[in-house]
Design a binder for this molecule. Structure first.
Ligand code: FES
Ligand SMILES: [Fe+2]
Length: 393
């Protein structure tokens, strides 16, 4: 057993022991959420990379970033180098971004190429991962031509699906079908014609806090009256309801009487939106770290990328409907939405970083929860526990 594996086994044991006090099973008023070590411990960070981010469907990239055959994008998922590629049959596939010979990372930056070529000894691979050539493999000018056992040297493929503009991978290969993971919300989404959406802009934020705090903050609306006074002035707490959950999908939403100008205001709406969706916003987390919001005129995607136990990066990608995404006459309205997101996010980052700081305190270890708003935090903690332990709770 390596030192690292031993450290991870120990932290897994410590973590499971701490959550076995009934905090996840009791009603929220008597229960609690994740213990401090899940937010602070470097060994736990490595453990969750190798379990949570390996065994679930994890967001890896945007379809719109790979528009042409041969477009390649290196990403890092679960601490491992992965490459996304658009292949000749117009699908997007994912491979371990590593040469089968001596393990050099194949693709270092976004690029377009007809094949993968390793810079080390020039082994080459087709876009669908098959070994093509090994120069001088049998000695000077004796190239590999018969491809004996060359399947041993094909790139190692990773399970990959595209859902709207979003690419998900499952490195471990054992996750349930992606379709079944999003099935709980398919009914809620079917009124929206996602093909009318156009990507407009991505905002990036660095946060001095664990990625889980950003996701937990995203799904719970309890903090709105306190942290987002401007947002609260349009939709008060009496119009808000507690988040719900169905397995790995966490959900929340509201029906608004009046809306702020940055949501369902001046921009074109999804076509043929039924009346019950015209004054409605919904948001969702797909465990572990992908979230999105949907309003009559926009979809906003939110990803919290883990970088360290106490640091993450947030991407917020904004999509508008049809010409709302590009037409000059909507430029001011778009800018309003973008500025709104920047303002809201800075309001959130302040408390997210405070919660990170609080997780170094002996005076806190999972929290005293609201029986109304916070059961979703126990569900998030249960999902973390299931992934880390490999067992269903
Ligand atoms: S390491 Fe890639 S060809 Fe040798
Ligand atoms: Fe917020």
């Amino acid at each position: 057993m390596t030192r690292l594996a031993a450290a991870q086994q120990q932290v897994r044991k410590d973590f499971l022991q701490q959550v076995q006090d009934g905090r996840l099973e009791k009603p929220a008023a008597e229960g609690s959420a994740l213990p401090n070590l899940a937010y602070t411990c470097p060994d736990f960070f490595r453990l969750e990379q190798q379990t949570v981010f390996r065994d679930n469907w994890v967001f890896a990239g945007f379809v719109h970033r790979l528009p042409a055959t041969g477009d390649m994008q290196p990403v890092e998922i679960a601490g491992q180098p992965v490459v996304l590629v658009r292949t000749g049959d117009d699908s997007i596939r994912a491979f371990h971004n590593v040469c089968r010979h001596r393990g050099a990372r194949l693709v270092n930056e976004c690029r377009n190429s007809g094949k993968f070529v390793c810079p080390n000894h020039s082994w080459s691979y087709s876009l669908d991962g098959r070994l093509l050539a090994r120069p001088h493999f049998h000695g000077g000018e004796k190239h590999d031509v018969n491809r004996v056992e060359c399947h041993r040297a094909d790139l190692v493929e990773i399970r990959c699906v595209s859902w709207h503009d979003w690419i998900f991978v499952n490195i471990g290969g054992g996750a349930d079908d992606f379709a079944s993971c999003v099935e709980p919300i398919s009914g809620q989404l079917e009124a929206y014609d996602f093909t009318t959406l156009r990507f407009t802009e991505a905002l990036e934020f660095e946060i001095e806090a664990n990625w889980k705090l950003a996701i937990e903050n995203f799904i719970e609306p309890y903090h709105v009256f306190s942290c987002h006074p401007w947002l609260n002035s349009f939709v008060g707490m009496d119009e808000r309801v507690a988040p719900t959950f169905d397995d790995k999908v966490l959900s929340c939403g509201y029906e608004f009487q009046t809306t702020d100008p940055a949501r369902a205001g001046a921009l074109p709406w999804f076509p043929d939106l039924p009346p019950e969706k015209q004054n409605r916003g919904d948001w969702f987390v797909l465990f572990p770290n992908f979230a999105f919001e949907i309003f009559p005129d926009q979809v906003d995607v939110f990803i919290a990328w883990p970088e360290a136990p106490d640091r993450c990066r947030e991407t917020i990608a904004l999509y508008f409907v049809g010409e709302g995404a590009t037409d000059e006459k909507y430029a001011t309205a778009r800018q309003h939405v973008i500025q709104n997101w920047i303002n809201l996010n800075h309001e959130d980052i302040g408390v997210i970083e405070r919660m990170q700081s609080g997780r170094n305190s002996e005076g806190f270890d999972g929290g005293v929860l609201s029986p109304y708003w916070d059961p979703v935090l126990q569900q998030f903690a249960r999902l973390m526990t299931e992934s880390v332990s490999g067992e269903t709770l």
